[in-house]
Design a protein around this ligand. Structure first.
Ligand SMILES: [Zn+2]
Ligand SMILES: [Zn+2]
Length: 243
């Protein structure tokens, strides 16, 4: 079956995420544009995943809890998990490595926690966009140890990508990579032969509701369970893809 996906979406908990990126708004927009599987990937936190999972369950959309981890090298890596519990256990591993720098909402924006009714439950006070203490060498192993998967975000961007931060794409164990909508796949494949033969994911990296992408890129998989999607992104299952 074709699984129309968007595995990189920010909520109002990311300081750069619009305040309208609430659990209900995100899932309803995903349903409106025809997506069948989404992930919530705020910077270094899974704080709004429980509420978003509850809304997605109600609307029958596959939901993968996750985060966009900022590694010690300032490279963004999207980490996804099959269950809320696994995502929260991963998060508990990340949180102690974050520098205790308070957020400055006037500069960076609010970091809003919501419940499943989109009601504010408070704010996250530590700035979430800083580099964690997790090295990029360890991300794949760590995410998989919690039953999850990890892929490098926006490898064609000149900042906060593995390629920009490391000056290339060394073999780090990634079985899939994310390329932005406008990325030139042929050019990237010539520059980074490591990506050839892997699913090249196209996600929205939405920070605003209207950025959530239309149902165009898809994975071809036997079913749309989180476990099957994660196995495919880990290279453990043959996976057709189109972007
Ligand atoms: Zn990023
Ligand atoms: Zn992002």
């Amino acid at each position: 079956m074709k699984i129309y996906y968007d595995f990189h979406i920010h909520s109002c908990l990311s300081p750069c995420g619009d305040d309208e990126m609430t659990p209900n708004n995100i899932v309803n927009m995903a349903q409106l544009v025809g997506l069948s599987a989404i992930a919530l990937t705020d910077h270094n936190t899974c704080g709004n995943c429980a509420a978003t999972a509850a809304v997605a369950r109600e609307l029958g959309i596959t939901f993968l809890p996750g985060m966009e981890l900022c590694t010690a090298e300032e490279a963004h890596v999207v980490c996804l998990f099959p269950t809320l519990q696994a995502a929260q256990q991963f998060e508990a591993h990340i949180v102690p490595t974050l520098p205790p720098i308070p957020n400055r909402p006037d500069i960076f924006g609010e970091q809003l926690l919501c419940d499943a009714e989109d009601q504010p439950m408070g704010t996250h006070d530590i700035l979430l966009t800083t580099a964690s203490g997790i090295s990029v060498d360890n991300v794949v192993r760590l995410a998989r140890s919690f039953g999850g998967t990890a892929f490098p975000a926006h490898i064609d961007r000149p900042s906060y990508s593995v390629t920009a931060s490391l000056g290339g794409l060394p073999p780090l164990g990634f079985a899939a990579v994310e390329i932005t909508k406008n990325g030139n796949v042929a050019e990237l494949a010539a520059r980074y032969p490591e990506i050839v033969g892997k699913p090249l994911l196209q996600n929205s990296d939405a920070h605003h509701l209207e950025d959530i992408q239309d149902a165009l890129p898809y994975l071809e998989l036997p079913d749309n369970s989180p476990e099957t999607i994660i196995a495919a992104l880990n290279g453990e299952l043959p996976c057709g893809w189109h972007r």
